[in-house]
Design a protein around this ligand. Structure first.
Ligand code: FES
Length: 115
């Protein structure tokens, strides 16, 4: 009834690709940035010397996580106070990984996220 997909139907690398989303200078002036990449909204954080990238829209009702307060490795959504671990995206009350996280790095002054 249907045919198997051809092996080379996509040229996208399977592991995703590092995508520049900001400059490191931008993240020095502030500890959090909201960036839009294609149809994704990402919240980028610099916290305790490390970089984090999570889905910028809260799993609850889409609140802007980049505007949340960051403490002890967690961000608190500014709308209704849900909290997520920056490292894992785990919601701290129900312990479910509700918020998508992305690998992030700084390379030659550019902030890159693995998408
Ligand atoms: S939208 Fe984030 S806690 Fe409600």
């Amino acid at each position: 009834m249907h045919h198997p997909p051809s092996a080379d139907r996509s040229q996208r690398p399977e592991e995703g690709s590092w995508t520049s989303v900001a400059t490191y200078d931008q993240l020095l002036k502030t500890s959090a940035l909201e960036v839009i990449v294609g149809d994704l909204v990402l919240a980028i954080f610099r916290h305790q010397g490390k970089l984090y990238a999570v889905d910028g829209m809260c799993s609850h009702q889409g609140g802007p996580l980049a505007e949340g307060i960051v403490e002890h490795g967690c961000v608190t959504c500014p709308w209704h106070g849900w909290q997520y671990e920056l490292e894992t995206g785990i919601q701290t009350i129900n312990r479910q990984p509700l918020q998508q996280c992305y690998s992030i790095r700084e390379l030659n002054g550019s902030i890159e996220v693995l998408l």
